[in-house]
Design a protein around this ligand. Sequence first.
Ligand SMILES: [Zn+2]
Length: 475
Amino acid sequence: MASLHFVSSLIAALRREERLDRLGVERLQQRRLAQLLRSAMSSPFQAERLRQLDWSAPSLERVPSVATWEMMRSFPDTLCGERIELSEVQQVAAQKTGGMLVRGRYLVSQTSGTTGEPAFFLNDARSWDVQRAVVFARTFRDRLAWRHVRRFLRRRYRMAFVVSGLQSCISTQTCLDGSRQARLFSDIRLFAAEQSVSDIVRQLNDFQPDYVHGYANLLELLAYRAEDGELRIHPEFMSSGSEAFSQTGRAAVLRAFPGTVLTSQYGATECTVLGNECRAGNMHVNSDYVVLEAVDESGCPVPAGVRSHHTLLTSLINRFQPMIRFRLTDSITYWPEACSCGSPLPVITLEGRSDNIIWLERGPGDFVVYHPLAFQCQMYQVSGIRQWQVDQQERNRLLIRYVPAPGADAVQVGQQIQRQWSGYLSEERLQDIVQIVTQAVSEIPRSSTSQKARQILTAVGPPAGRGGRPGGGVR
Ligand SMILES: [Zn+2]
C-alpha cells in the first residue's frame, strides 16, 4: 500500500493550491530552500559549491550552476550521508528486471543527458514517494472530485502508460510502483514505447483504457492511428510527459479522441515534478517543490515575458543527492499574470523538447513508425559509450555516430552497437531491410540553432501523406 509520505504529500499538494496565495507559496519555497541548503552541506561536492553562501540569508544567487557531467564526475561526493560509486549504480541500472534499488534503498533513474552521455541519479524512499505523490496530485487534481472518485470505486480504473520498457526510466518506475500500490482501485499497465506503433495500437485496443499517459509525440502518432480507424479506444483522460506538444499534435489528439481531457506534465529524470498543466491550459511550475530559474546564455536571470536560454533547477525534495542550480537545456518563459484557474503557482511556457520521429519502410508503401525512445533504449544497452546520435540519412539507412567512453575500444563499441541493433531489427522484422552504419567520432555535432545535440535526426522525415496533416505534421 501507499506509504505515509505518499499520502501526506498527496493531500498537501492538493490543499496547498487552494489555501495559499502567491506570497504564501514563495515563503514556503524559501523555507524549504534554506532547509535544503543546510542539509546539502553533508555532501562534499555541494559543500564546496555552497561555501560563498551568506547563511544569515541564504539565496541561490551565490551558488554556481552545475552540469550533469560535473555531477557524474564527482558522483560519490554528490551524495549526502553515504558513499556510493557510480559503477555500483551503473550495475544496478544495467539489470533488465527487478527493482532499480542500490543497496536496497536508493532508487536509480537514468537519463541520456542532454548530449547523449548517460547520467544516473538516486532518490531515497521519502524523496521518491513525495515526487510520485505530487505528480499524481497535480495531474489528477481535477479528477479527484467525488463524481470521478465514484467511478474509481465502481470498477478498477484502467490506466495505460505508454512509456519506456526500460526499468531505469523514471516514468516506467512511476508506472510499475503505481500498479503495485494502487491495484485495489486501478489496473495500471505498461505498454513499452520501444515497440512499433502497430503493436501498441493492438494492445491498447485489447485493454480499452480509461486513461492514457505517454510522450507527446507518441500520443500524436496514436491519434493518427485513431483517425485512420485502427486504434479504437475512448479514454476520458490523457496526459503527456517529457516532451512539449506541438500545436498540431495537441489538435490531432483532441480531434481523434473527442471528449478526452488532455493535460501535460513537465518533468525530468532529475526531478519529475517540475510543472503541471491546469484546466485553463496553462503550465504551472510546482514552485512549492522546485525552484526553476529562467536564465540567459551567461546564466543571468531573464525577466518575465522573456524566453530563457536554459533553465536552472533546484529540487526541494531530493535530500540524498541534492540538485542545486542544475542546468536543464529547456527554454522557458515566465508569465507574470495570475491564471484564471486560481492556482497561486507561477505560469510558464515551455519550448521545444522533442526529438524526431523516425519512419522506416518495411516494403513498398509499408511504413512503420518509431518513437525516438525505441532507439534511445537500444543505445542505453551498449556499454563504453559516452555520447551518440542516430541520423536517418536515407529512409532505411541509419548512421549511428558515437563517442567512445575513455578507455573503451572504439572498434569493440561499434561492434556492440551493430549486435544490439541487429537483434532489435530482427525482432522488428527489418533485419535485411534497414542498414546500420556506425561511426566513431570525437564529438557529436550540434545543430546550428540550438546548444543541444539532437540524439535522433532525420533527413527524410515522414513519408508523403503521413504526418503531413494540415498545420505542419510530425516534427
Ligand atoms: Zn491555471
